[in-house]
Design a protein around this ligand. Sequence first.
Ligand code: GSH
Length: 258
Amino acid sequence: MLVLYHNDMSVCAAKVRLALAEKGLEYTGHHINLRSGDQKKPEYVRLNPKGVVPTLIHDGFVVCESVIINEYIDEAFPDNPLRPDSPQGHARVRHWTKQIDDSIFAATGTMSVSIAFHHQYTPELIEEQVRFKGPSYRQQVEMWRKGPDNPAFPAAIKRMDKMLTDMDAALAAGPWLLGSTYTLADVAYAPYLTRLDHLKFLGMLEGRPRVAGWYERMRNRKAYQDALAAWFNPKYLPLMEEKGSEAWPKVKQILAET
Ligand SMILES: N[C@@H](CCC(=O)N[C@@H](CS)C(=O)NCC(=O)O)C(=O)O
């Protein structure tokens, strides 16, 4: 009934796996290897024209875009609701999820690729992306290969810092982003805190005990263990840890200037 095309380390796919786990929904999974270019193969692009993960298929109905997928899941399967049942509640969740689509996802990409992921990009993958996205992708890769000296890097770190400031302020009202109730807003941010963790950037939580507490509560959920931790790719983690630790002094410098 439910089919999910996803990837182990993708923040967008992780948030959909987490929503499915929280709701106790079974699915048939297809793992898309983003480093082999599976996402740009014609048979997948027919489902997801942007050639990205995740894609959900429910009884033959195809849904793309992780925010839309999570809202769809919550509506199609009303048990274990992940949003307050009111227009206000839905708007409050969207206040959080929209920020990811507007800027946090892009900032996370700049941060992660500049530090670690560009080391995994083969010439074949780059050519596949150029075929799909056009020749400007080559310049993009050159920028990422400058690492933390990529001129887009400081703004990305500042955006992640603002994300933590906003979360910290919201968490003054309760254990979860909307207060007392765990919602799709918390689901959406779990992979982003995990990414900071994998890059060894949890120093950014210093002076933000409420966010640290939220992350601890999140990691203690069975759904988090099943949907995120169980998928952590052992080929990615040492690279992220090594390159993230090397970049940390630069990150601290950017944060000190903020
Ligand atoms: N806005 C989309 C973004 C999807 C997206 O860009 N996914 C990334 C992984 S997090 C991807 O598939 N990247 C592969 C590529 O760009 O080739 C969503 O939330 O679903």
